[in-house]
Design a protein around this ligand. Structure first.
Ligand code: AP5
Ligand code: MG
Length: 221
């Protein structure tokens, strides 16, 4: 069982690298951002609460995201491991995750922090789009579909862009990352489980650096 957190600011490449780890190691990606966007699309009670908060680039309440993660851990009880993408984002969520895992006899193995410079983040986020059917991530410059207008994975020709990917909201998301999320790193550093990866290389070289770490992380029972 491998249990990993991908930590980094908006646009750092968490979702991109999580998808890579899914195909490389068969781990299950648990992205609270993706879960919340699905809830908004489905018009659920969680989605109705989260919609305006996400458009403003602020954080959805801790209890909501922790309960989404708890449901998914149960749903994928037989998975070979999990990648937490965009969760935890506050100290309270970090503590809650440890409790959720302990309840299920699991323990976090590793935290990978993607470091990037902020100028690159805005360029990355402004160019991002995803497949409307399978959610594969793309970029106008850095990762275009192999055949223009056709998803590499599912051949859909429909793509979408996120409503929170505008310059103003990105600035708010970055400020929230600095204020609430970056400060949780010492919690994991104290456990000796943090590795830093330079997220400024191209997608393949960042992926190779992450693979080398994931291959070597000690696994829990
Ligand atoms: P979330 O969906 O988690 O967004 P985020 O953290 O802002 O991160 P992003 O998804 O924008 O970036 P990413 O690191 O995944 O980058 P990506 O791989 O796509 O959260 C959205 C909102 O939901 C939050 O603001 C909040 O409101 C709410 N929320 C979610 N979780 C929550 C929680 N736990 N608690 C409370 N609220 C929560 O890459 C970006 C682009 O760059 C792509 O186009 C990609 O192709 C390209 N790219 C990636 N890597 C590279 C590279 N190495 N070189 C060049 N291009 C690259
Ligand atoms: Mg993401």
């Amino acid at each position: 069982m491998k249990l990993l957190i991908l930590l980094g600011p908006p646009g750092a490449g968490k979702g991109t690298q999580a998808q890579h780890l899914v195909s490389r190691f068969g781990l299950v990606q648990l992205s609270t951002g993706d879960m919340l966007r699905q809830a908004v699309k489905d018009g659920t009670e969680v989605g109705r609460k989260a919609d305006a908060i996400m458009k403003a680039g602020q954080l959805v309440p801790d209890e909501i995201v922790t309960s989404l993660i708890s449901e998914q851990l149960d749903k994928h009880a037989h998975a070979p491991g999990f990648i937490f993408d965009g969760y935890p984002r506050t100290q309270a969520q970090a503590v809650a995750l440890d409790a959720l895992l302990a309840d299920r006899g699991m323990k976090l193995n590793h935290v990978i922090e993607l470091t990037v410079d902020e100028d690159a983040l805005v360029t990355r986020i402004a160019g991002r789009f995803t497949c409307a059917r399978c959610n594969e991530g793309y970029h106008d410059t850095f990762k275009l579909p192999k055949v223009a207008g056709v998803c590499d994975i599912c051949a859909s020709t429909e793509f979408k862009r996120r409503p929170d990917d505008n310059a103003e909201t990105v600035r708010a998301r970055l400020a929230v990352y600095r204020a609430d999320t970056a400060p949780i790193l010492p919690y994991y550093e104290a456990k000796g489980i943090v590795s830093r990866v330079d997220g400024m290389g191209d997608i393949a070289s960042v992926g190779a650096a992450i693979d080398a770490i994931v291959q070597d992380v000690p696994v829990s029972a």
